[in-house]
Design a binder for this molecule. Structure first.
Ligand SMILES: *Cc1c(COP(=O)(O)O)cnc(C)c1O
Length: 217
């Protein structure tokens, strides 16, 4: 039962959360169909994340009656921006450059909308990952704030270092958290997935994106 998975993870979160912060859990539903999302919603989960606009649209439309909060966490092509905006995501986690923010901002302007957004940081400098570098993150965050009035930056997102070495993962989380801490008015530090969410909490994450362990049977 997915309800048991959710309870299990909530318990682990609360054990790792020794500082008793408010921690938001985004259920990453990219590998499941709408039925599983509905089941988890019935267990009390309302925040769900998808990494492809097409899949998000399908599930959003199928599950409209549930009034879920949808998060977009994936790579975004410019030709999908309008479609994403029309789906009213509560949070876009994966803004990966000033240029992308400017493109997004233009489309928002035309639709008279705003978008709560996180700046994605490539915290281990990996070629395969999108996001801004650790060195440029604070500058780019400020530039987006100054240039893109419809983009409402709320913090940062990062994927932990791709490594078996927990120390490496921890280093990437700590570096992301340090940037988060230095930003004025940043609300969300989105990091931690199925394999490393407890470590992420210890490093300061207050928003987790958990998929596979939540939806496994
Ligand atoms: C898939 C994905 C997750 C969830 O990963 P799991 O290992 O299934 O928990 C989190 N964040 C992003 C950006 C993802 O693409």
């Amino acid at each position: 039962m997915l309800k048991d998975n959710l309870e299990n993870i909530m318990q682990k979160i609360s054990q790792a959360n020794t500082q008793h912060k408010t921690i938001h859990l985004v259920a990453v539903s990219k590998s499941v169909q709408s039925e599983a999302i509905e089941e988890l919603c019935q267990a009390g989960q309302v925040d769900f994340g998808e990494n492809r606009v097409q899949a998000l649209k399908q599930k959003h439309d199928e599950l409209k009656y549930l009034n879920l909060n949808w998060h977009f966490i994936g790579r975004l092509q410019n030709n999908k921006i309008n479609q994403l905006i029309d789906l009213n995501p509560v949070l876009w986690h994966s803004c990966d450059s000033l240029e992308r923010a400017i493109e997004f901002d233009k489309r928002l302007e035309k639709k008279s909308k705003t978008q709560d957004t996180l700046l994605q940081i490539n915290s281990a400098n990996e070629d395969a990952k999108q996001g801004v570098s650790l060195n440029s993150a604070i500058d780019i965050y400020q530039q987006i704030n100054e240039t893109c009035k419809n983009i409402k930056l709320k913090g940062v997102m990062s994927i932990g270092a791709f490594s078996d070495d927990e120390k490496q993962i921890q280093k990437s989380f700590e570096a992301t958290y340090k940037i988060f801490e230095s930003l004025k008015d940043a609300k969300f530090c989105s990091m931690g997935m199925s394999s490393d969410f407890e470590l992420a909490i210890k490093c300061g994450a207050n928003m987790l994106r958990v998929g596979s362990i939540l939806f496994s049977h």
